[in-house]
Design a protein around this ligand. Structure first.
Ligand code: HEC
Length: 104
């Protein structure tokens, strides 16, 4: 739990730094992205091959996957709990954010 907390703080700092340098509100990470950074990377570029990259992915695709995980049409024990806590608004913001991040 402590680790997750530190990861969230780190992610928040990274997000503010990148939003500042990019100077665009489109690249500002929504608060709900803090929970995703540990696996998918702060900007959606994952560092572990098991966790898919989200950066540069189409917003509509990201939204569809999150809704499918949330409703149980797409099953994954790791992702489901995270998707379940997201509102439609969260999902829209997350899709727009990751789509705006350059894939590395
Ligand atoms: C504990 C690690 C972990 C966390 C935290 C996590 N994910 Fe995932 N995510 C995964 C894994 C593993 C998969 C691949 C699941 C599969 O194989 O179907 C995945 C898949 C996805 C996909 C589908 C990608 C694709 O290419 O189809 C999306 C979108 C996604 N995650 C978004 C998120 C968002 C948004 C959050 C935060 C709210 C989040 N994830 C939090 C591990 C995680």
């Amino acid at each position: 739990m402590k680790k997750l907390f530190i990861a969230s703080i780190t992610a928040t700092l990274l997000f503010s730094a990148s939003a500042y340098s990019a100077g665009s509100t489109h690249s500002t990470a929504p608060a709900s992205a803090a929970a995703c950074a540990g696996c998918h990377g702060a900007d959606g570029n994952s560092v572990v091959p098991n966790f898919p990259n989200l950066a540069g992915q189409h917003a509509a695709y990201i939204e569809k996957q999150l809704k499918d995980f949330r409703e149980g049409y797409r099953k994954d024990a790791t992702m489901a709990p995270f998707a379940k806590s997201l509102t439609d608004e969260n999902i829209k913001e997350l899709g727009a954010f990751y789509a705006s991040q350059p894939a590395k």
